[in-house]
Design a protein around this ligand. Sequence first.
Ligand code: FAD
Length: 355
Amino acid sequence: MPDLLLVGAGHAHLHLIANAPDLASAGYRVRVLAPRHFDYSGLASATAAGSVPADAGRIDVRALARRHGVELVEDTLSGLDLLGRCATTAGGAQIEYDVVSLNIGSIAAAPGMEVGAGVLRVKPLADLASLDTRLETIPGASVTVVGGGSTGIELAAHLSGRGGVGTVRLLDSGSEIGADLPPGARRRVVRLLDQRGVEVCVDAAVRTVTARQVDLDDGRTMPHDIALLATGLAASSLVSELGIGDADGIPVTAYLQHVDHPDTYAVGDCAHFTPQPLPRIGVHGVRQGPVLLASLLARAADAALPTYTPQDRALAVLDLGDGVGLAVRGRLWWYGGTALRLKRWIDRRWLARYR
Ligand SMILES: Cc1cc2nc3c(=O)[nH]c(=O)nc-3n(C[C@H](O)[C@H](O)[C@H](O)COP(=O)(O)OP(=O)(O)OC[C@H]3O[C@@H](n4cnc5c(N)ncnc54)[C@H](O)[C@@H]3O)c2cc1C
């Protein structure tokens, strides 16, 4: 009976847990090493800004595992011996396995800048989740969001609509925010932020960010009460610490297997998909779930393994607060209440599968 260890209950592994009876029928003993709860990032901006309840995107991994006959080790990974096939938990337990899969997510990257203590990061989500409490304790707080990509825009938009927040500033080192958005969508977002009083500063390369101020490369200094880092995502720092990859992630082939260790799989944001660069978006974790499941079943049956083929364009919907969203697919986009309702419907349907 091969021992399958799933580390982290991210998007892809939730799919495996929910389909664990199939894995058991194929002969696997399935164990999951993960914290009790999973928090869904699609609702993270709204929960962080206090627009929806804090547990709106929460999945109880313990309950899910129990329902599908999976043993959950409620802990986190702290060591991994790929050759000896043994994982060590933060609590000091050792778990031997035959096949391991990692789905441990990402952290906020801080390319080329110094980040002081007390600066909030958008990932891990537990860090972002403390934003609402911080805002409660500092009435009229001025907030600086560093990074004008989709996440930074979402957060600035939400914060500007939240009562009790003073000024909201959005900084980006580029010449415009929302550089990945189609031009019309970008202009629409810029107009919205302007109407909501967000101070957008472009060409603002941050050298240092601390809990009190940012220092820019051009010598300017800007004070704030709360700083939020939304400058992109990198693979979980554990990947580099354990020597199984780097900030780009655990290198995997199209089969989602480690390039040098076929008994090790990695999926989602912690993986570096070597056939082509992939953006760190939940869609890939979600779509890799069924491929990973099929691969494990094929292994057990000695059949050919499936490969992961990323979609060319994925639908992304930004939650801009106050009941409006921005849906983007390739160069197509639409803005308004229906875009946000579509996002909520997709989110609810996905969450319902695991609740
Ligand atoms: C504010 C925000 C909003 C976003 N909105 C969207 C969106 O609307 N759509 C979209 O597609 N993408 C969105 N993203 C990107 C999205 O969050 C990631 O791409 C996605 O979460 C990656 O999924 P994953 O399954 O790889 O990892 P995660 O969802 O991060 O899951 C990893 C899991 O592993 C656990 N874990 C971590 N370390 C360990 C350890 N050492 N041992 C055991 N378990 C561990 C974590 O607790 C977590 O539950 C957003 C990101 C942010 C920051």
